[in-house]
Design a protein around this ligand. Structure first.
Ligand code: UN1
Length: 509
């Protein structure tokens, strides 16, 4: 453990306030980080105070005034170096993710790979921040739009993807000419410190030490302060619907922009004609991966009548083979939940499920004899579509199986929840697949065919509708949200024609 920390420039006691210069964090609050794997202390962080935050934002603003003047392709070259640094430290960072949040090593490293991938994407993007050219209705006029940097972007992240989601935002924001102030989850501050240090050091070596700043705090106040801060034109926040609603309201009040990626309640529809050899492993990865703590986790299976028995028995036998244990060990696929509150959420949900008439097919209990009391059994529940709990996002490995008559009912059940992040259908029918992807099909931001709900690539826009918040991060044209659009019209004639054919000739009136 100590070696990993050392190799990533971390200490047992760390400073939680990093701007263009190291700001000795001045709050009295100390955040102690314990690994969910075995409860051992990993290190501690002195929290940033409001005053530290103010100094950091001022430094970030100064850096922004310089950074925005560097041509985007040159900004991209700095991001290339950052991507290379992340590559060279992928193993150590991946292990730290595992130690801090308990996801299995392959997923910990996969998360750093996601950060590397988005850095690569951002390098290419740095030469493609295209604006449109339009034909003006006036003779000898040229009209076009261009995209300018926004300013200091506030990024608030959750514990479950402590590196990748920040990277989605920050790599893109940086090539767009913005600078970033990051408030990570208080449950994963060490990964944030390590990754921010790596990126910050590269930026500092090019004369931009305030490009990536970090404020660590143990409560929601600093996030609220960021949401209310006029100096931050954009707040990108990932987390629960409750948190997002509060951030969204505060940002809207000051007419700022927010980019929200909130809860999911993702479903897979399995039709009778599905290839179960593909469906079963996809369901298992989607429902059990990251111990059910992804926003893209598969939480509902909507199964066409006739195959439910066969599917349930294949799933139950797959679940039996899952190794639950220390996520650092080879072969383990299910690690611990993040903390006691998460375990309580799991057990409370199970009580409620039983009350509402759900039938537990497998799992449904805390695993005994583990190095901490945070390990729970992945659970399958036979549920009815009328059970209210099915509409909630329980951030734990609980999978509801709901039987339906056919595709119409499947889509109706699918869309009947408040959230709208990710969705998928397993079918070999082209008609059914296309129907699911059509305007009368899935209402989610992500809709897949013969692929699960989780594990999206960085190249697409990531995010969802309804209570998921409507934001889009990562690939495609998500970059536009980190820039301001300017429409330019240039008159290169010797006359002054007005648009809409208006005459405004005061000399002849
Ligand atoms: C999240 O859980 O907030 O699609 C992000 C996925 C990952 C990202 C999840 N690439 O499952």
């Amino acid at each position: 453990m100590e070696e990993i920390l050392k190799s990533l420039n971390l200490n047992s006691q760390n400073n939680g306030a990093w701007g263009a210069e190291e700001i000795p964090a001045s709050s009295e609050r100390n955040l102690t980080v314990h690994s969910p794997i075995d409860g051992k202390e990993l290190g501690s962080v002195l929290c940033a105070s409001n005053a530290d935050y103010d100094v950091i934002v001022e430094q970030a603003r100064k850096t922004f005034y310089e950074w925005r003047q560097l041509p985007a392709p040159r900004r991209g070259q700095i991001i290339r170096e950052i991507g290379n640094q992340l590559r060279s430290k992928k193993q150590a960072l991946g292990k730290l993710v595992t130690l801090e949040v308990g996801k299995v090593l392959a997923e910990g490293e996969g998360e750093i790979q996601e950060a590397i991938d988005i850095a690569d994407f951002a390098v290419g993007l740095s030469r493609q921040l295209y604006g449109k050219t339009m034909h003006s209705e006036r003779p000898a006029h040229r009209m076009y739009e261009q995209w300018h940097p926004l300013g200091v972007v506030g990024v608030i992240t959750a514990f479950n993807f402590p590196a990748a989601v920040w990277a989605w935002n920050s790599m893109i924001a940086a090539v767009c000419g913005d600078v970033v102030v990051w408030k990570p989850s208080e449950k994963a501050p060490l990964t944030a410190l390590a990754i921010n240090k790596i990126c910050r050091d590269v930026a500092a070596s090019h004369g931009f030490p305030g490009l990536f700043s970090l404020v660590i705090s143990d409560g929601p106040e600093l996030g609220q302060r960021m949401a209310a801060d006029q100096r931050l034109p954009l707040i990108s926040a990932t987390g629960s619907c409750r948190m997002g609603r509060s951030v969204g309201e505060t940002v809207a009040k000051r007419l700022g922009r927010s980019l929200l990626e909130l809860g999911g309640n993702n479903a897979m529809i399995i039709l009778k004609d599905a290839d179960l050899k593909l469906a079963v492993p996809s369901i298992v990865f989607g429902a059990v991966g990251t111990a059910g703590q992804r926003c893209t986790t598969t939480r509902r299976l909507i199964v066409e009548k006739g195959i439910e028995k066969e599917l349930l028995s294949s799933l139950a036998s797959a679940y039996k083979q899952l190794r639950i244990g220390n996520p650092l060990e080879q072969g383990v696929l299910v690690g611990p939940l993040i903390d006691k509150a998460a375990v309580l959420m799991y057990t409370n949900a199970l009580d409620e499920i039983k009350k509402q008439g759900g039938e537990i097919v497998c799992g449904g209990e805390i695993v005994k004899g583990m190095p901490s009391d945070l390990y729970v059994k992945p659970t399958i529940v036979k549920a009815k579509k009328s059970m209210p709990i099915v509409k909630e996002e329980i951030f734990a490995p609980i999978l509801y199986v709901i039987t339906v008559e056919g595709l119409d009912e499947a889509i109706e059940v699918h869309n009947s929840v408040p959230q709208g992040l990710s969705s998928s259908i397993f079918t070999t029918s082209l008609q059914s697949a296309e129907r699911f992807l059509s305007a009368t099909g899935s209402d989610c931001g992500i809709a897949n065919v013969n692929i699960g709900t989780s594990g999206a690539e960085i190249g697409g826009a990531f995010g969802g509708e309804k209570d998921t918040g409507g934001g889009r991060e990562s690939g495609s044209d998500s970059w536009r949200q980190y820039m301001r659009r300017q429409t330019n019209t240039i008159n290169w004639s010797n006359a002054l024609p007005l648009a809409q054919g208006i005459k405004f000739d005061y000399s002849s009136s």
